[in-house]
Design a protein around this ligand. Structure first.
Ligand SMILES: Nc1nc2c(ncn2[C@@H]2O[C@H](COP(=O)(O)OP(=O)(O)OP(=O)(O)O)[C@@H](O)[C@H]2O)c(=O)[nH]1
Ligand SMILES: [Mg+2]
Ligand SMILES: [Zn+2]
Length: 334
């Protein structure tokens, strides 16, 4: 597997302490083969071999000592047993390699139950449509925060630029430093996917976003053999139909992997602490240095510097809206 790591990427805070789950220290399995988990289906794992022999796909089950450990797409694992990949064969998954990154969300902000989305990604493509469905800035801000928390580089992918230009979205995020690229349908019905492809090639990336924004459509354009089902957006509700029901990881031509995930309704951040929340708003964080100690940063908090900072235009044209978003995420009391 080829991966390219670029230092110039928006990586606000590398090596955050405690963000990496510990390695499973298990006996050496000399005959084990290495693979990448590409899909999870009711306790069975699809694993692509990463030993250079091609990407033959093997079905595996967890060894008993791992039965309490979540295995997710993107996990790099060791397999023993029947690794021929033949029909009806099952290999045994005996080790989960230490994860570089782990992208999580909780059911909601108060529910600490975590859902692990994907492991080891270095880029999180936050997909939003210009319309159909309407963009949800709140969801994007949340996804950006989760990416920041996980030390994953966020990339905003604006789709359906054939329906409406991406300008409003680009403006809203212009001061954040987050890279933004776009795609849309051309008159011949194909997608302008080259910018997305160029950006993702060589990386292990994941696409996240609301249902109907076009994640699977992008995956199909970037991986011609993907054959992901795509669904129409409901004309009345303007919502997608939750067409994709599980995540899948597929190889990109020229190296790298792409994970398509089911559309999310929300992006709970119960696992993210307050300090990390603020830092995930890089165009606002500077102002908070001059706030009084223990400032809640909520509207009307005595001496809070954020309102003036935004009013002075220091946080760019999206400042007002981004500050509202931050305040919704922060606890109401200090
Ligand atoms: N006009 C236009 N339609 C698009 C574009 N990209 C995707 N669509 C349409 O949007 C609808 C939803 O696309 P999907 O790819 O299924 O969306 P998804 O994000 O995978 O949705 P879930 O799997 O439900 O999370 C389909 O009807 C697509 O044809 C685009 O760039 N322009
Ligand atoms: Mg889909
Ligand atoms: Zn403050």
């Amino acid at each position: 597997m080829t991966r390219v790591y670029r230092d110039e990427d928006y990586r606000p805070r590398p090596n955050k302490r405690g963000s990496r789950p510990r390695t499973k220290n298990r006996p050496n399995h000399d005959a084990a083969v290495d693979g990448l988990v590409t899909a999870v289906d009711r306790g069975r794992y699809r694993v692509a071999l990463t030993d250079g022999s091609g990407t033959g796909s093997i079905t595996a089950v967890r060894a008993s000592h791992l039965r309490k450990d979540a295995v997710v797409p993107g996990d790099i694992v060791k397999l023993v047993g029947d690794t021929s990949g033949g029909k009806d064969t099952l290999a045994r998954l005996v080790e989960i390699t230490e994860r570089r990154t782990l992208l999580r969300r909780s059911a909601d902000d108060t529910d600490p139950t975590e859902r692990v989305i994907v492991a080891n990604v270095d880029v999180m493509g936050i997909v939003t449509a210009t319309e159909d469905p309407e963009p949800s800035f709140g969801l994007i801000d949340r996804a950006l925060t989760a990416a920041f928390d996980a030390d994953v580089t966020p990339l905003l992918i604006v789709t359906k630029t054939d329906l409406r230009p991406a300008d409003d979205i680009v403006e809203r995020f212009s001061a954040t430093g987050v890279e933004i690229i776009s795609s849309g349908l051309q008159p011949d019905g194909t997608l302008t996917d080259a910018p997305v492809f160029d950006r993702l090639r060589g990386h292990l990336s994941v696409l996240v976003g609301h249902s109907g924004v076009g994640k699977s459509t992008l995956m199909n354009a970037l991986v011609p053999r993907a054959h992901r089902a795509t669904g129409h957006v409901n004309d009345v509700t303007g919502r997608g139909r939750h067409t994709s029901s599980s995540a899948i990881c597929l190889p990109l031509d020229g190296g790298g992997w792409l994970v398509d995930t089911p559309g999310v309704r929300s992006f709970g951040l119960a696992h993210v602490d307050r300090e990390t929340l603020i830092s995930a708003f890089p165009e606002l964080v500077e102002a908070t240095a001059d706030c009084p100690r223990g400032c809640t940063h909520q509207a009307g908090a005595p001496g809070c510097r954020l309102d003036a900072w935004v009013a002075e235009g220091q946080a760019g044209p999206g400042g007002v809206s981004r500050l509202e978003s931050l305040r919704r995420l922060l606890p109401k009391t200090g």
